[in-house]
Structure formats: C-alpha cells, structure tokens
Design a binder for this molecule. Structure first.
Ligand code: MTE
Ligand code: MO
Length: 435
C-alpha cells in the first residue's frame, strides 16, 4: 500500500537508516505515529553504539544554494515553490524562483566528462555524445510552461486527505528552453525511426539522479509525441537564455512541452527507444488518476494510464488568499495564470466575484503570440478589474480557463478528488476581505 512499495522492500533485512536519509519526506509526526504501531522493541544501548559508528553520510550534502524566496514543501529531497504573487510579475519565470521538484539528491555532474547515451532499440549498441556534440546541432528555442501533476494539491486535500507533497498553486513556471531537437540528436546517432515502427512506441528518458539501488529517476513519453518534429521535444541546455541551473537539470534536460512535469527529465543521462513504456516507479505506480471512490485498499495502478498531457487549469495569484485588499475606484484587481496540456492555447479566462451570477472576461497580459493555437506550450497571464458593490466586506473570487478545444475546468474538487491528489484543476477560489 505504500506508494514507494518496491523501494521500501529494498531495505528489508538490513538497516533502514540509508533510506531514511535519502527519503527525508518521512520525517514527520504522521509517519512516526504510524511506525509506532509497528514497534517490536528497542535496540540495546550496545547495538545502538555500534550503529552510530556506521552512521550514514547525508546524501544531500551537495545540494545547490537556493533562493530564500522559495517556500519548501520538503527539504530532502528538495521541493519548493515561490509565492504565487511572484509568478504574475513576469511572463518568463526567473530560474531562481521557478518551482523545484526533486525526487532524489541533485546529482554531481562534471560537464567535461558528461555523456548522453542513446539506445536505439532493444538490439542496438548505445551511442554516446558529449555536451559539445549536442550544442553543435542547430539550436531551437521554445517557450513552455512546466507544471507538476500535484500543482494545487493542497486545495484538493481539503475535500479529503490525499498522499503527496502539499503544493499550492505555484508548482508551475514558464520559461524559454534552448537546446537541440530530440529528432536531430537521434539522427546524429544514426536513428531515424519510422513512425509505424512497432519497436519504437515509447521514448524513455533516464536521469543521472539515482536511488540507493542505483535505479535512476526515469519516465517515458509516446513516440508519436517525441518523434514528431511538431511535438517540439528538445534536449535543453539553456533556460531563459542562461545555462541550466543544477536544480533544473544541468547540463541537459528533456523538455516535452505540453506534457506533465514528471516526463521532463532533468540531468538526462540516457534516451532509449522502446516498444514499451518505462517500467520506472514514476511511470507505473505514480502520476496516475483514479475515481474519487478508489482508495488505498482498492487502487490498482496498472488500470490507469500514466498522465501525459495535463488538463486545462487556471489560478488566481493576486490577490493573496485571506488578506485585506484595498479597492481602487471600488474595483478589485485580479491576476493569474492559465495553461492547458497538449499545446492547446488558452482562449478565454472567466472570473466571478458573485458565485457565477456575473462572469468577467479577463484581459490577457502575457501570451506567446507567435505560437499556433494547437502548439501553444507557454502559459497565459491574465488580469481582470471587477467592480464591487459598495459596503461589501468580503468576496470570493473564482477563475476558470477555456482552452482551444473548449475544454474548461471542473467547478469543484469533490468529484475529481483522487487519492494521490493529482490533476487538481477545479475552479480556483480565493477569499479576501475588503477595506
Ligand atoms: N527529472 C529527474 N531526473 N529527477 C526528478 O526528480 N522530477 C520531475 C521532473 N524531472 C524529476 C525530473 C518532476 S515530477 C517535475 S514536476 C519536474 O521535473 C520539475 O522540474 P523543475 O524542478 O525544473 O521545476
Ligand atoms: Mo512533478
């Protein structure tokens, strides 16, 4: 039943300490209370002295220095998001406040000895490239938002608790990504797979961050996305025109625009063409959606497909929930972001402060104007100025976005709730008092 069940089993028969040090998210009261019910005894003083001699070193000793503006949802591994109000300050999110989602320690990579391995299929020898080889290919720049499947999870957990990091609405950022097209890298490796080749149905990306059994973080995307030049999948070495930072995947990361964050593999070590999906924990036993009635006793991860494209979403970033807002000319200023997976542009954002009796169409403040409606990878920033009735003491602001396929957000979380707290895209609701 443990979401990382396979990993917990690797500790069987020996000390749990190295695992405890690696998965620091477990250092919480809830987990200690749960473990208490399994206590079978205490280690003798002599044995605990022995254990102290073999004390494990901290696998997180070489983490990068991070901005104090990021609010951590977990320290080891490091997971953090900026204050939502900072997201709407600019169309491109600066790297130092771009949310960070790490499952493991940030790997230490020497750029000079770095190699990217390409495995063309089950029966071919891997080919490897240096970073220079990748940089010699024609550079391509795309604007794309990356969003975690757990963005806004904390709101879903108000309906009923869910398992996962308690993200607010800022586990998303928008940036330009520069790198080589995946298809160009594959061609350099002598691979030009036919779209109908049944041996190439999925493209796997493996990171250089590894667990204690040296199993890397890995994910896969369908070949139809990865091998289509219009899919704009790139192996990026720059973010917003600067070299990638360690937290965001230096020296090379896969950017799979329009697809959930989890498939945008950082610290890319390997690309594998395969007839099957990645067997990684994160592809098979995590990042999947379920019915609101599925619980941890009945869940079967093999029954749901891995999340790839995310559904349409919006969030209010200004004003900040539960604050006192000063009106200007008896009007309230509301700002936020909207985005949809699969490259579907945002075509409208509706905002209400009277539970939907009156909807106001927001103005778009930032959008990638060159991007076609169906290859629109970046987010849309929006703003609305809404008149407020005199003597109103409090308002609840709602936002909902509409994408190019006229998909829109569900009204509430109750009927999209799922045990893992993913795909949390209901109307965003922010309550503020007025002065
Ligand atoms: N790649 C590796 N190698 N290791 C990871 O832990 N996390 C994934 C993805 N790529 C991850 C990874 C997840 S779940 C998300 S949401 C994004 O990276 C986050 O990217 P960011 O930290 O640059 O914002
Ligand atoms: Mo994520």
């Amino acid at each position: 039943m443990h979401p990382g069940g396979e990993i917990i089993m690797k500790a069987g028969g020996s000390s749990i300490e190295p695992f405890w040090a690696m998965y620091g998210v477990h250092m919480q009261d809830e987990v200690f209370e749960l473990l208490e019910s399994y206590r079978i005894g205490n280690i003798s003083i002599e044995d605990s002295k022995l254990a102290a001699k073999g004390a494990v070193s901290d696998p997180y000793a070489f983490e990068p220095v991070r901005s104090y503006l990021l609010k951590a949802t977990s320290m080891k591994p490091f997971n953090a998001e900026p204050p939502p109000s900072m997201l709407v300050e600019q169309f491109l999110t600066p790297a130092d406040i771009f949310y960070v989602r790490n499952h493991l320690p940030v790997p230490i990579i020497d750029e000079d000895s770095y190699r990217l391995e390409i495995q063309g299929g089950p029966h071919t020898q891997p080919v490897s490239f240096t970073l220079e080889d990748i940089k010699k290919l024609p550079p391509v720049t795309i604007t794309a938002a990356i969003m975690c499947a757990g963005n806004r999870r904390s709101e879903m957990s108000q309906v009923k608790p869910v398992k996962g990091l308690s993200w607010g609405p800022a586990a998303v950022g928008n940036a330009t990504w520069t790198g080589a097209r995946l298809t160009d890298v594959l061609k350099l490796a002598g691979l030009n797979p036919d779209p109908d080749d049944t041996n190439v149905q999925h493209v796997h990306f493996e990171g250089l961050d590894m667990d204690l059994a040296r199993v890397p973080y890995a994910a896969s995307v369908p070949a139809s996305k990865a091998l289509d030049p219009r899919g704009d999948v790139i192996l990026a070495y720059e973010m917003n025109g600067e070299p990638l930072t360690r937290d965001h995947g230096a020296p090379l990361r896969a950017v799979v625009p329009g697809v959930v964050g989890a498939r945008n593999v950082k610290w890319l070590g390997k690309v594998i063409l395969s007839p099957a999906e990645s067997t990684s924990h994160w592809q098979q036993n995590d990042y999947k959606g379920f019915s609101p009635s599925t619980d941890w006793d009945t869940v079967d991860f093999s029954k749901s497909p891995a999340i790839q494209e995310l559904p349409v979403i919006s969030a209010i970033c200004v004003p900040v929930p539960d604050t006192k807002v000063e009106l200007k000319n008896q009007k309230i200023d509301v700002q936020g972001y909207a985005w949809s997976g699969g490259g579907k542009a945002i075509v409208r954002v509706d905002v209400t402060i009277d539970q939907g009796r009156t909807w106001h169409v927001a103005k778009f403040m930032g959008q990638d104007k060159q991007a076609p409606l169906t290859r629109h990878w970046g987010w849309t920033l929006w703003q609305a100025t809404i008149p407020v009735e005199p003597n109103t003491k409090e308002v609840e602001i709602w936002s909902k976005a509409v994408d190019a396929s006229y998909n829109t957000q569900p009204e509430s979380f109750s009927n999209v709730w799922n045990l893992r707290g993913v795909l949390a895209n209901a109307y965003h609701r922010v309550r503020v008092s007025l002065s």
